[in-house]
Write a protein that binds this ligand. Structure first.
Ligand code: C2E
Ligand code: CA
Ligand code: CA
Length: 487
């Protein structure tokens, strides 16, 4: 038989092979069918492309970069070399965007910046857009600190001059550079090495803090405090896994009768080696690694459950006060999470007070008002914590739906000796009265302080004079007389 090739076509096929045995012939045979799957392949490829690329600049996106970083880190460890990452964030992009006058101009600026970064980076380096005005360049294993830093500096120069409709615009950026693995860090941590992305991100944050137009190389600097912090950071993840947190409660009492009206829930971390780690150490750490939302939800749940337990044994408190951190408050899911928790445990929202700081309120007063209104509408009350230490506009204070002010411990501490502090407390008493807010003085340690506070018109106190913060069962035992008074 002669076969003549008429036309040669190459395309991907899916082949189906079937064994056929027909009764008539008795001998089995094969049926082969081939389907042209070039359309599927194209669709698959375009989906994968869309998933891994940024539509505005055409660069790879964060998903693709993370995958590439993971592979580069593995390879660097295997080959005992270093991979590098340069993160670049345009300074003041929002302001420039506004100054250019319209969004399309801002988009064009981003596209142009992306082009220049790509042009400056080498062939083997991967460029990605990881956030609205943030790009990254991944240097493959085999790179050095000098190469990575050199690239960062060239990027700063490459994007500096920009023309928009003939008008020169000066652009600056903050650059964070890191190398993986980082030996100093590896020694300090003794366990998992921080990822390249996180190290570069920390360096970038420092560059921004320095006021922008700066390049910072991630280093641990052999600083023992840094090493200690990193170790604690690793332990904090472990603590979440092992449930090493607990809640202590400190009573808040009426200044004249001593009756306990509520308690403040204060978190404790029972570290397997260091013992009780104070929240002033681990809350900022939890904020920096975005664990604080998780911890905040845990506190809320534990506080609600404690209310139920106390109710069941006849200890009926007006409220439990819970500290809410800035990050938690700003999380879009916060209101929904609170409502869900309340519904789940089945307690009345009026039994909860959220303590927030002045700076949290003043950061974005409009947004804060909206959030406060959403939560007060279901019954939650708000107290301003550490009052007097931040800066709050009195005009604004009046607009927030608040219930309490907690005057900061620092004013109470020197109350007896400082006329100034007495004048401040007196003014805050007047302010609370005129705004119809309950006032709690924090950190009351002596009878003399309590008596003077009463004289100045303060109605509630909290502090070691009454009780330290204690685990729920100890607290119930130690202040049972006062609890009974309320019940
Ligand atoms: P804070 O909200 O101002 O809590 C009051 C702090 O003062 C507590 O420290 C308490 O133990 C301490 N204190 C109470 N009475 C006295 C006193 O008479 N004298 C002195 N010297 N201190 C007194 P603590 O428990 O170490 O908490 C420190 C801070 O950590 C809290 O300050 C709060 O800002 C934060 N924090 C605690 N628990 C949580 C939490 O669950 N979530 C959040 N986001 N922050 C928390
Ligand atoms: Ca507080
Ligand atoms: Ca406080």
């Amino acid at each position: 038989m002669t076969l003549t090739v008429v036309k040669s076509l190459t395309y991907p096929v899916c082949v189906e092979l079937r064994l056929i045995s027909t009764a008539a012939h008795g001998t089995p045979g094969f049926a082969v069918a081939a389907f042209d799957v070039s359309h599927w392949r194209e669709r698959e490829a375009s989906l994968a492309h869309a998933l891994h690329h940024d539509p505005l600049t055409g660069l790879e996106n964060l998903i693709a970069l993370k995958e590439a970083i993971g592979a580069a880190q593995d390879e660097a460890e295997l080959t005992r070399t270093h991979a590098g990452l340069v993160l670049l964030d345009i300074d003041d992009y929002q302001r420039i965007n506004r100054a250019l006058g319209y969004n399309a101009a801002g988009d064009e600026l981003l596209r142009e910046t992306a082009r220049r970064i790509q042009h400056t980076a080498g062939q083997s380096e991967r460029v990605a857009r990881v956030a609205s005005d943030e790009c990254a360049v991944l240097l493959p294993p085999g790179t050095t600190a000098e190469l990575a830093e050199g690239l960062g500096r060239r990027l700063l120069t490459a994007i500096a001059q920009y023309r928009h409709r003939g008008q020169p615009t000066h652009l600056s950026a903050s650059v964070g550079v890191a190398l993986y693995p980082d030996q100093a860090e590896k020694n300090a941590r003794n366990s998992v090495q921080t990822s390249l992305l996180r190290m570069a991100d920390l360096a970038l944050a420092q560059a921004k803090e320095a006021g922008g137009n700066a390049l910072v190389f991630y280093t641990l600097d052999d600083n023992p405090a840094d090493a200690e912090r990193l170790k604690l950071e690793a332990d904090l993840y472990e603590a979440v896994r092992n449930g090493e947190f607990s809640l202590f409660f400190q009573p808040i009492t009426k200044i004249h009768t001593g009756a306990v009206v509520g308690v403040e829930a204060l978190m404790r971390w029972n570290h397997p080696v260091h013992g009780l780690v104070p929240p002033s150490t681990f809350i900022p750490l939890a904020e920096s690694i975005e664990l604080v939302n998780y911890l905040g939800n845990w506190v809320l749940k534990a506080a609600c459950m404690q209310i139920v337990q106390w109710d069941a044994v006849g200890i009926r408190l007006d409220y439990v006060s819970v500290n809410v951190s800035q990050q938690q408050f700003r999380d879009k899911r916060f209101t929904a999470a609170v409502k869900k928790e309340l519904a789940l445990i089945g307690i009345d929202a009026r039994r909860l007070v959220f303590e927030i700081t002045e700076s949290l309120l003043m950061h974005d007063p409009e947004e804060a008002t909206r959030l406060l209104e959403a939560l007060t509408s279901i019954g939650i009350r708000f107290a301003v914590d550490d009052f007097g230490t931040g800066y709050s506009s009195l005009a604004y204070l009046q607009r927030f739906p608040l219930s309490k002010l907690k005057i900061d411990r620092s004013f109470v501490e020197n109350l007896i000796t400082s006329r100034n502090n007495r004048a401040i407390v007196s003014a805050v008493v007047g302010l609370a009265q005129s705004l119809g807010l309950e006032l709690v003085a924090e950190g009351v340690e002596t009878e003399a302080q309590r008596d003077l506070l009463a004289e100045l018109g303060c109605d509630h106190i909290q502090g070691w004079l009454i009780s330290h913060a204690l685990p729920s069962d100890e607290l119930a035992r130690s202040v049972s007389v006062e609890f009974a008074h309320v019940a």
